[in-house]
Design a protein around this ligand. Structure first.
Ligand code: UFG
Length: 326
């Protein structure tokens, strides 16, 4: 298929582009490079711009005979989203709507959307199923949920078919070691732990030790970025073969505490990681674990990286070979 990938120079987008190219799809990446990296785009044409450019979108759709869009481009920092709601609503929701409008106008019918576990807010049950109430506790989750809602109604009225993929904690890097996670600033646990291991940071601060979990630190469900990439390709191929619009969770279904992640990383890097115990980070739920039965049953998705150490090993390969990122 001919596919436009917005945000394809970013972390999850670039891994998905590689998977698409491996599967012989033809890919055009649209990325404004505000966060993404030109060097992360392998095997696809990169166009610099964003989804606010209606004429640009329409000409890309026409010129490349685009059949489906994968939409990754967004701002995605939870803490920042609470401080800058205007930016998040404009960048994630308004620009998302402009993309949907351009797709409808140009007759592009399939959309795979990068959504998030942050749509659920504080969970009432673990693992979290897709029909769990969505009650985001931050602007980031709220903007993703709002665009999911728009996609549903655009589907009813204009025939747009979509899959919203709600990721839990994306982690790891392509085992080839040439693409990986490179955020500035970095806020995520695993890359920060590995930066400590490389000596770029003196210690890892553990955000809160008084959560109602066995060791007092937050529990998350870490899912390998290549498993996320697989799910995008499956979801898109299913839409193109007639599947209805759907929302899917993507996680391993295993929860690991912050301290268990640090222990696993110590085993991978072969040395101790110095830690400081700090206060809770505002807005962090104690425990997020995905129930991903729906995509396994519906699309036959199966994560290949189920072991946390194996996930961290792939991240370590990337960080060691690219100590300063791209
Ligand atoms: N953590 C620390 N110290 C750090 C960084 C993180 O203790 O220096 C802890 C966090 O408090 C959290 C866990 O490690 O308990 C994981 O934190 P990340 O920042 O790596 O990931 P989050 O769970 O906060 O965020 C992820 C996605 C977001 C998504 C969110 C949903 O990255 O996009 O899950 O809650 F919105």
């Amino acid at each position: 298929m001919n596919i436009l990938v917005t945000g394809g120079a970013g972390y999850i987008g670039s891994h998905t582009v590689r998977e698409l190219v491996n599967k012989k799809h033809r890919v055009v990446v649209l990325d404004n490079l505000s966060k993404g990296h030109e060097a992360a785009v392998k095997g696809a044409q990169l166009v610099r711009g964003d989804t606010a450019g209606r004429e640009l979108l329409k000409s890309l759709f026409r010129e490349h005979d685009i059949e489906a869009v994968m939409h990754f481009a967004a701002s995605s920092l939870v803490g920042e989203s609470v401080r800058l709601p205007s930016w998040y609503y404009h960048n994630n929701l308004v620009k998302g709507l402009l993309l949907l409008d351009a797709m409808v106008e140009s007759g592009v019918r399939y959309l795979v959307f990068s959504s998030t576990a942050a749509v659920y807010g504080e969970p009432r049950e673990i693992p979290i199923p897709e029909n769990h109430p969505a009650a985001p506790t931050n602007t980031y989750g709220a903007t993703k949920l709002a665009l999911e809602g728009a996609m549903r109604w655009y589907g009813e009225a204009y025939g747009l078919r979509s899959a919203s993929l709600r990721y839990f904690n994306a982690a790891g890097a392509d085992p080839a070691g040439d693409i990986g996670e490179d955020h500035d600033p970095e806020t995520h646990l695993i890359p920060l732990v590995l930066k400590v291991a490389m000596g770029h940071l003196p210690y890892l601060e553990v955000f809160g030790t008084d959560y109602p979990t066995p060791d007092g630190t937050c529990i998350r469900d870490y899912i390998h970025v290549n498993d996320l990439a697989d799910a995008h390709v499956l979801a898109m191929e299913a839409l193109a073969s007639g599947a209805s619009s759907a929302v899917y969770n993507l996680g391993n279904g295993n929860g690991y505490s912050v301290l268990r992640v640090i222990r696993a990383a110590e085993e991978v890097v072969g040395k101790p990681i110095p830690v400081h115990y700090g206060a809770r980070r505002p807005g962090d739920p104690a425990m997020l674990v995905a129930g991903s039965k729906k995509i396994k049953a519906g699309l036959g998705w199966q994560p290949r990286f189920t072991d946390l150490r194996a996930i961290i090993e792939t991240a370590w390969r990337w960080h060691r070979s690219h100590p300063r990122g791209y």
